[in-house]
Structures are given as structure tokens and as C-alpha cells.
Design a protein around this ligand. Structure first.
Ligand code: XIL
Length: 374
């Protein structure tokens, strides 16, 4: 019953929107087959993912419905991070991840593990122990942690972000944070080897952001990945988060995808969202955008379309791991609290109804690539 209502809703949004914009809004100009219980995944030849907080999904039937209707791949926004699993001591609390596993089994979805090693919010007890006992303790714990978590979920998690954000925000330098400060860059190789030993079948990714904005960072990441491959470190994919801003050019996105694909590894757009404001601290004085107009939504829809078409064009089929939306609705998006911005970065609005961006993305999944411009 609910699904019916949702899809009648989808049809009316589509009709109203396309009537308003008619011919110039190419992005909505297609036969969106929403009369059945189908979602993005059903019109896609590549996996389409959503990042969720499973406790929220289980409490909210509309969120639940749009999640399993549209996505065939799931990432946990926070629940599989080290700080969520071993916040206070070395014994992981697996309760939330186990409920996520049950959800993906129920709906036959792929489960993507994010993220084994990240500099952000390393639990304080780990940094304290390392200060007391030294790098050998940290290495032994890292191995134990990765082995325990990867082994527990080896039947369900098909792929992991093994290391997240090892590079500095805007350059090709490594980020000088806890893991790097403890081991130098060797922690990256260690983490990949520990994960592979625990589950030789899992696809292992290096994940980061800003490839499309900072060419030196992109080059640094690609060089690191090529070096790992050359030395037979088990790495199988690159994750490009793609937390985009509306002014990110088509050329820049194409360039990031082309270079990532040039490694021959799998390529995952792992955390897609698109903001209107900027998160750049150097642009703090730029006036903030605080209201969303229909025109803005339509331009954003074009951008979502552009991203998926560029991915389809520049990432060879065998390397297409998929496209994952981070949070995917304007109610739950991390952007608003994290950057203290008023924002609308996703494909569903605050009522969890599809935005023009949803249809733009859908259009990008189904439009012939001969229409791609970059
Ligand atoms: C974010 C979550 O969405 C927030 O809830 C949390 O407070 C901080 O982390 N890059 C990543 C993700 O790899 O793990 C981040 O997720 C967003 C940026």
C-alpha cells in the first residue's frame, strides 16, 4: 500500500515538474517507469548504493522503503568504523552491524564495509595505549582488529574500504595523523595485508575525497595505488567519495575517473552528494546560499546526470564497482551538521520524496553514451 502511494507520488512529482519545465529540461525528458515497485537499481547496469544508519532505517518505514527499493548495495555511514565498534575498549560491539547484515540478507543487497582504518576519531584509548606501549602494540592491535572484524563478516561483506583518507585535504602529501605518525606510510600496506589474510575473497579499496578538485592529490593517490599494485600488495579498488560542489566541472570529474580507471582496478564512486555552498575555508566570506529554488534543483539534476554518464563512459564495465550515495536524503545528510550549512545535497528531499536530482540520475543511467559531452 505504502509503495503504491510512494509511486503515485513519484509520478505526480514527475508530471508536475516536467509540465513546468517542458522542453528545456531534457533531464526529466524520459519515460520513467515508476508504475511498478522499481527503483534506481532496476534501471541500472551497475550497482547503486546507499549509505545508511541502520537504526534510523529500521525505525522509519518510508526510509526503509526507499532504501531497499532503490539500492542493491549498502554502506554503513558510521556503524562499521573503528570509533563505532571499539569506542571504549578492545572488545567490539557488533550489535548494529549485525542488524545491518540481517537487513542486507533480507533484501538481498550487497554489503560494503566502510572503513577499517581512518585517521578521524581514532578511539582515545588506542592513542593512549600506543603512547604507553609504542608502535609494536599499535601494530598488533591493528592486526587483531582488522582480523576480527573482517573474519566475522566475511560471508556478507564483499568489499572493504581498508584505508580511508590517508592523503592531506588538498595535496599529494600523506596526512600527518595518528596512523601515519605511528608507522609512516607503512600502515597502509599493513592494513591491506591484514585484511586480505582475513578474507582473501574480499575486494579491498583505498578511499579518499577531492580527486576532482585537487590534481596533485589525485596524482599522489594514483601513484601510491600503482606502487602498491607493483609490489603485490592486495589492493583491488579505488573509492572516489565525490562530495561534489556545484561548480565542480565536468572535465575535472572526467579526469578523476579516467585516472582512477587507468590503474586497472575497480572504481567506486563511494559517497556521492552535491552541495551548492562551498566547504572551502578559503571561501568563508562568500555569501551563503540559504534557500533552494526550482532552478537550482534542475541544475543539480543535470549534475547528477553528468556524474553517472561520466562514470559509465570513462570506467570500463569490468571496473565498475558502482555508485553509492551518502545518506541520500536532505533530511539525514551529514553535510548540514558537519559543515553547519543549510544544504540540499542529495536525490531525496526532507520528506524523503524524490527530487529532480533523482530523475536526473535515473536519466544518466539510461541515456545513450553517444550523448555524453566530456
Ligand atoms: C561522516 C558521517 O556521515 C558523519 O555522520 C560523521 O560524523 C563523520 O563521518 N568521508 C567519509 C565518511 O569517508 O566516513 C564521512 O562520514 C564523510 C566523509
Amino acid at each position: 500500500m505504502y509503495l503504491k502511494t510512494l509511486y503515485f507520488g513519484l509520478i505526480s512529482v514527475l508530471l508536475i515538474t516536467s509540465c513546468k519545465q517542458a522542453s528545456q529540461d531534457q533531464v526529466l525528458n524520459q519515460d520513467i517507469k515508476v508504475s511498478t515497485n522499481k527503483g534506481l537499481k532496476d534501471w541500472s547496469s551497475l550497482p547503486i548504493g546507499g549509505a545508511v544508519n541502520i537504526s534510523k532505517v529500521l525505525k522509519d518505514s518510508k526510509l526503509d522503503s526507499i532504501t531497499h527499493t532503490n539500492f542493491n548495495s549498502i554502506t554503513a555511514t558510521n556503524d562499521m568504523k573503528m570509533y563505532a565498534l571499539v569506542e571504549h575498549d578492545s572488545i567490539p560491539d557488533f550489535t548494529r552491524v549485525d542488524s545491518l547484515v540481517a537487513y542486507t540478507r533480507k533484501h538481498d543487497m550487497r554489503l560494503f564495509g566502510h572503513a577499517l582504518v581512518w585517521y578521524y576519531h581514532v578511539p582515545e584509548w588506542i592513542t593512549n595505549m600506543t603512547n604507553k606501549k609504542g608502535a609494536a602494540w599499535a601494530d598488533a592491535y591493528l592486526k587483531k582488529y582488522i582480523t576480527t572484524v573482517v573474519t566475522r563478516y566475511k560471508d556478507d561483506v564483499v568489499a572493504w574500504d581498508v584505508v580511508n583518507e590517508a592523503f592531506a585535504d588538498k595535496s599529494g602529501e600523506f596526512r600527518g595523523e595518528f596512523w601515519f605518525n605511528t608507522f609512516g606510510k607503512d600502515y597502509i600496506e599493513k592494513a591491506f595485508r591484514y585484511a586480505h589474510d582475513a578474507d582473501p575473497d574480499a575486494k579491498l579499496f583505498y578511499n579518499d575525497f577531492g580527486h576532482e578538485r585537487h590534481p596533485e592529490k589525485l596524482n599522489g593517490i594514483v601513484a601510491m595505488v600503482n606502487d602498491l599494485v607493483k609490489r603485490d600488495v592486495p589492493i583491488h579498488g579505488i573509492g572516489l567519495q565525490m562530495h561534489l560542489e556545484m561548480d565542480t566541472t565536468e572535465k575535472a570529474i572526467a579526469n578523476a575517473l579516467k585516472l582512477a580507471a587507468s590503474t586497472g582496478l575497480l572504481v567506486h564512486i563511494s559517497e556521492l552528494d552535491i552541495i551548492f555552498n562551498t566547504r572551502d575555508e578559503n571561501a568563508k566570506d562568500k555569501p551563503k546560499i540559504t534557500t533552494l529554488t526550482h532552478d537550482m534543483e534542475m541544475v543539480q539534476a543535470e549534475k547528477f546526470k553528468q556524474v553517472v554518464m561520466l562514470y559509465r563512459k570513462h570506467v570500463p564495465k569490468a571496473q565498475q564497482f558502482g555508485i553509492t550515495f551518502w545518506d541520500f536524503n536532505d533530511r539525514d545528510t551529514w553535510i548540514k551538521p558537519f559543515y553547519d550549512l543549510k544544504e540540499w545535497p542529495t536525490i531525496f528531499d526532507e520528506n524523503l520524496d524524490p527530487k529532480p536530482g533523482y530523475y536526473g540520475f535515473l536519466d544518466g543511467l539510461t541515456t545513450g553514451l553517444e550523448n555524453a559531452t566530456e
